[in-house]
Design a protein around this ligand. Structure first.
Ligand SMILES: Cc1ncc(COP(=O)(O)O)c(C=O)c1O
Length: 463
């Protein structure tokens, strides 16, 4: 008998002892080329559905999503108003070229501009975060007539050719040498200070002094932009000391440098604010966003632009564009998302979860797990930093560990998953970043599971 349909080609080749896998799994393993991975050993969970902070696989096993998929699912799975807005838009106008105006894009731009920091009031839409950063850098270079861009070592800015070399973390290495002009500096990180600081104030002051030095050596008149994640995401949920972002703003003003805040991960409620910079009242010149703008229901990113930079391109063409810039389905999802944030008090909810549930529970974990060296975060954006030894702060696994070196973290993640919770892990850290709509009860249940799983990490800790 001939079978037609997904996975059919596999039927004749499966050995009798091989467990029956769904067509989705079989076709994935045969035909999907996955991001960032050696393809041979992959064993992806087939996600069959989701609801809020939960998702389930094709065998019906349920998981509590403590990584908001890839930290973008701020409103959780299948929010009915999001689904409805996309469905309504698809029936009216499923797509349109960027040259035209359309209702969904116009409204999304206005709603974002109204919530963007300070006087940023114009939006260039992209299809995701890396493109947003590419365009922000291009705008800064053309606006200033300068070339260099300063970014942090502990950063991730995306995977296209400019953003990957703007990135500080090791994902940059295989793409080097890439486009020139990207210079790295060290940001504040009180728990592992590069500046021998003993307090947050000292860390702030010394990290700014270091930035001054880098500017001096690079020549501030050559620097187009300083681009940073206001709260560094994947590289550690590094919440800057009070005064740091204001200090960067001041230096940008002094030297005529464009300040770019990459809020792709930290924006749209993740930190309990529309944008993380709002917490410190700092207004960048360009703010890039993606992910939480519409919880990734349809790919969308963008750059919120200051009047000054927008004016540069009033009479001079902006040399850049994207076929799907301001796609109506993505923009309709953004409009719905912002409405839900307002109507359901999502920012307050994220702050509540951080202040009353996640923060206190993680601090309590730190008391009785010797592997927990530091706990930090805000809103629904938290990191648990794991160490072998609390006194020396030696990392539980080495920087950028892979294979056998990364085993303690792999075992910890497996222990979490076996208890039905999926946190995000990176190097020696476990990140707790659930959708902002998670109930207190579910958040507690997930944290209970992490508490149990951490006994695995404790076994690798020596003190
Ligand atoms: C801070 C930051 N910037 C940029 C990006 C890249 O976004 P995208 O994957 O949508 O291109 C990411 C993705 O994780 C990010 O966390």
């Amino acid at each position: 008998m001939t079978t037609v349909g997904p996975g059919a080609a596999h039927e004749g080749t499966r050995s009798p002892t091989e467990p029956t896998r769904s067509p989705a799994y079989v076709d994935d393993r045969r035909h999907v080329f996955h991001s960032w991975s050696a393809q041979a050993a992959l064993d992806p969970v087939v996600v069959a559905g989701g609801d809020g902070a939960w998702f389930w696989d094709d065998a019906g096993r349920r998981y509590l999503d403590f990584s908001s998929q890839l930290i973008f699912l701020n409103l959780g799975h299948q929010h009915p108003r999001m689904v409805e807005a996309i469905t309504e838009q698809v029936a009216v106008l499923a797509t349109v070229a960027p040259t035209y105006a359309n209702a969904a894009r116009s409204e999304a731009a206005r709603l974002i501009a109204e919530r963007a920091p300070g006087d940023l009031d114009r939006v260039f839409f992209t299809s995701g975060g890396t493109e947003a950063n590419e365009h922000a850098v291009r705008m800064a270079r053309l606006h200033t007539g300068r070339h260099k861009v300063l970014t942090m070592y502990r950063s991730y800015h995306g995977a296209t050719s400019g953003s990957i070399v703007a990135t500080g973390d090791p994902r940059r290495w295989p793409s080097e040498p890439g486009p020139g002009g990207y210079v790295k500096f060290l940001g504040p990180y009180p728990y592992r200070s590069s500046f021998w600081s003993t307090s947050e104030d000292e860390e702030c002051e010394r990290a700014l002094a270091h930035l001054d030095q880098v500017l001096m050596f690079e020549g501030p008149a050559n620097v187009a932009a300083v681009m940073l994640e206001p709260v560094v995401g994947t590289n550690g949920v590094l919440v800057p000391p009070d005064g740091y972002l204001a200090g960067v703003r001041e230096r940008c003003d002094r030297h005529g440098i464009v300040m770019i805040a990459d809020e792709v991960m930290s924006g749209f409620g993740r930190c309990g604010e529309w944008f993380a910079v709002d917490r410190w009242g700092v207004v960048p010149d360009l703010v890039t966003f993606a992910k939480g703008v519409n919880s990734g229901y349809v790919p969308l990113g963008g750059v919120a632009i200051s009047p000054d930079i927008a004016a540069t391109f009033a009479d001079r063409p902006y040399p850049g564009g994207l076929t799907y810039s301001g796609h109506p389905l993505a923009c309709a999802a953004a409009v719905a998302s912002i409405g839900i944030f307002e109507d359901e008090g999502i920012l307050a909810r994220a702050r509540h979860l951080g202040e009353k549930v996640i923060g206190p529970r993680l601090s309590a974990l730190a008391e009785h797990h010797p592997s927990v060296g530091d706990v930090r975060g805000l809103g629904c954006f938290w990191a648990v930093e794991l160490v072998k030894d609390r006194a020396s702060r030696e990392m539980l696994v080495p920087f950028n560990a892979t294979g056998a070196d990364a085993r303690p973290m792999a075992e910890l993640l497996a222990a979490c998953k076996s208890r039905g919770v999926v946190p995000f892990t990176h190097f020696n850290r476990l990140h707790v970043c659930p959708p902002l709509v998670i109930s207190d009860e579910d958040a507690h249940a997930g944290l209970d599971a992490i508490d149990e799983a951490l006994t695995i990490a404790d076994r690798w800790a020596t003190a």
